[in-house]
Design a protein around this ligand. Structure first.
Ligand SMILES: Cc1ncc(COP(=O)(O)O)c(C=O)c1O
Length: 408
């Protein structure tokens, strides 16, 4: 397929602002789109061979035991939690069993815990990695704790190997929400390979995109078969024994969380380009930091989000913590740079215990102990980190606008 068709798909013209630095710029190239179009033209829209190809390729490259593509990272979390409580699973969890969840989390890292009948307990995160660490886990674990949701935030992680060891030793299931950290490696192993279950997201703003999409991974064949059945209606079609000729056999409860074949085609091509995109994001991040530090207006107005020891990061966004003395200006400052064209957002969704929905479900948390989550909520925000190299002019402009925090 040659490129003339792309004349039909000229990039959407964004309303011209004087300056525009969005959280995410279109990271799709012509080959990504061509792969998607090939699937459309083949008329094989529902999950089929491309999805299996992407799953196998992803599994091999990431060093995962088993993985399954789904229609979002949220669905990956949902399947992991529903596998944990399923009666078909050996040593499955029961209603009311406790699950630790970081207070700085995404909504669908938390909701599947409630939807599956487990009892979430929000715990504080570490101020450097924005993730939970072993010390806080140990402080919060009780006899009732049967699972931990661990989120690798924005390409970073905490001491995940030690957390895995602790969870194994104490018969606690570890669910690694890696929706924000595809491609990061900790001690030579990719993030997403540590948990009993792990999730990945290919939403359009993440390290790679398939429009919407995700993967759920696990470590045993039993869990893999269970995930397949749960992904598609509770049907045995994907796990059926060859000699079983009976059709429309439902062996479990289930959902329909299957991806579209077109998402798999785009996602696979994007995944092949991940190393290049990681490299450019890292280059842009270094340039942003250097430009800020080199400016004669630099006065430690911000703290940067540094990779944990032993981590080779795959960045997603450019998070900043405003210096404590300037934190009171945050709202005014973000409004100001927003009007000047820099789009911002909270770190994940800030301290989730402050969200309205928490009250609806009376979620267990001790407000006073969520000190770092509060600090990140109060001082943190992030801006975009594109997959094309930032021009000198853009860097200069971003630096200038960010450093205006001292004046406003
Ligand atoms: C930590 C985390 N988990 C889960 C998700 C959900 O992924 P998706 O948007 O693909 O449903 C997100 C989304 O941004 C996330 O940041």
């Amino acid at each position: 397929m040659k490129t003339n068709i792309f004349k039909l798909f000229k990039k959407k013209q964004i309303r011209k602002l004087k300056f525009n630095y969005p959280l995410h710029e279109d990271a799709l190239n012509e080959k990504d789109l061509a792969e998607g179009l090939k699937v459309l033209i083949s008329r094989q829209l529902t999950m089929s061979k491309k999805t299996t190809e992407f799953e196998k390729y992803f599994q091999k490259k990431m060093g995962l035991k088993y993985c399954l593509m789904v229609n979002s990272g949220s669905s990956a979390n949902l399947l992991a939690l529903f596998a944990l409580i399923n009666p078909m699973k050996k040593n499955h969890l029961k209603a009311g069993d406790e699950c630790l969840v970081p207070a700085v989390c995404w909504s669908t890292s938390l909701w599947p815990v409630i939807q599956s009948g487990l009892k979430p307990k929000l715990i504080d995160v570490d101020i450097n990695s924005f993730s939970i660490n072993l010390e806080t886990i140990k402080k919060n674990v009780t006899k009732k704790t049967k699972a931990i949701i661990l989120i690798n935030v924005l390409g970073n992680c905490s001491e995940i190997d030690k957390i895995q060891e602790f969870a194994n030793k104490n018969n606690i299931y570890l669910i690694e929400d890696n929706c924000e950290s595809l491609g990061s490696k900790f001690k030579k192993k990719y993030l997403g390979t540590y948990g009993d279950f792990s999730s990945f997201s290919f939403y359009y703003s993440h390290q790679i995109t398939s429009g919407e999409g995700g993967m759920v991974a696990c470590k045993t064949k039993e869990d893999y078969d269970l995930l397949k059945v749960l992904r598609a209606h509770g049907w045995d079609r994907d796990v059926k024994k060859k000699n079983n000729r009976k059709k429309f056999n439902f062996i479990n409860s289930g959902f329909n969380l299957r991806p579209l074949e077109v998402s798999a085609a785009i996602g696979l091509n994007q995944f092949k380009r991940l190393p290049k995109m990681m490299q450019i994001r890292s280059y842009n991040r270094n340039r942003l930091i250097n430009n800020l530090r080199k400016s004669n207006l630099w006065n430690n107005q911000f703290a940067f989000f540094n990779p944990s020891k032993n981590l080779k990061p795959s960045w997603f966004g450019f998070p900043l913590l405003i210096d404590k003395k300037l934190a009171y200006k945050k709202d005014k400052f973000l409004d100001f740079i927003g009007l000047q064209g820099i789009e911002t957002r909270p770190i994940i969704s800030g301290n989730f215990s402050k969200q309205h929905a928490i009250k609806l479900y009376k979620i267990d948390h001790n407000k006073k102990k969520l000190v770092n989550a509060d600090d990140i909520d109060r001082r943190g925000f992030f801006i975009g980190l594109p997959t094309v190299k930032l021009s000198k002019e853009k860097l200069k402009k971003i630096t200038k606008l960010l450093l205006k925090i001292s004046d406003i």
